[in-house]
Design a protein around this ligand. Structure first.
Ligand code: GLP
Length: 244
């Protein structure tokens, strides 16, 4: 996995947006998968501005939602579906039928997984994914200890994830499971971009890049990916052995 210290959050977001735009110029109908969470908000703003300036056209691309809290839906502020539609899909003008997301309120989560897997396969596989890194190294809801399962997964949430969920919901709400595109499907994307910013992410960035490859730190599994790139700001790069 390559690392680029972009210096600032703005520059990190710009570089990620540049990669997305470059791919879409070549493959306008590519299937993309973007994480929700706080980290990619700057990327979304950059992409929306670039589209307004006609520097990128995202309306022909396809979008698979990375993950969702089981039990939550669009009416729940902080759910992945709410965050992604309000921060990205809607302002970016992505046609609704170009988006497939997990229904966190579905009665049958296993079926949700199979439906997502089929939708991804029917759209040629994920071409580029932009991922955040959880404080515990989770990718989507691939929590520490989750094996490199095939396809999509329903996972019991780690205690760290439950505690951190407060930042999305503004209060502690009972969340126990997540549904996520699994590590193997994400790793099969030809292009993988990981984003991390802020001093709080410095320890997990160091573990992701220079720690052992282990399912205890799911983000470290991407060390094996031939084209994965980790973009950070200077703070998140602060604990790396050799600053570049
Ligand atoms: C969340 C989500 C991930 C996200 C990660 C990092 O819980 N399940 O999809 O990428 O954790 O989130 P953040 O960017 O807010 O730090």
């Amino acid at each position: 996995m390559k690392h680029v210290n972009c210096g600032t959050y703005r520059e990190m977001s710009r570089q990620a947006a540049g990669c997305v735009a470059e791919l879409l110029r070549e493959k306008p109908e590519a299937l993309l998968c973007f994480a929700a969470g706080t980290t990619p908000m700057g990327l979304f703003e950059e992409l929306i501005q670039m589209q307004a300036r006609a520097e990128v056209d995202m309306t022909r691309a396809w979008f698979a939602g990375l993950d969702e809290w089981v039990g939550l839906g669009p009416a729940d502020a902080g759910s992945c579906i709410q965050v992604m539609f309000d921060s990205f899909y809607t302002p970016a003008g992505i046609p609704r039928d170009h988006i497939h997301v997990f229904d966190g309120m579905a009665a049958d989560m296993t079926r949700e997984c199979r439906v997502m897997e089929k939708w991804i396969a029917d759209h040629g596989g994920i071409e580029l994914t932009v991922l955040g890194i959880g404080m515990n190294g989770h990718i989507g809801f691939n929590e520490p200890g989750v094996p490199e399962t095939r396809g999509c997964v329903v996972v019991d949430l780690d205690e760290v994830t439950k505690a951190i969920s407060v930042k999305y919901f503004g209060k502690q709400i009972p969340v126990h499971q997540g549904v996520s595109i699994g590590m193997d499907l994400l790793s099969s994307a030809p292009e993988v971009i990981l984003l991390a910013d802020g001093v709080k992410k410095a320890p997990i960035v160091a573990a992701t890049l220079s720690g052992p490859v282990t399912c205890r730190v799911p983000s470290s599994l991407l060390q094996k990916h031939p084209r994965a790139v980790l973009l950070t700001d200077a703070d998140a790069a602060g604990l790396l052995p050799n600053l570049d």
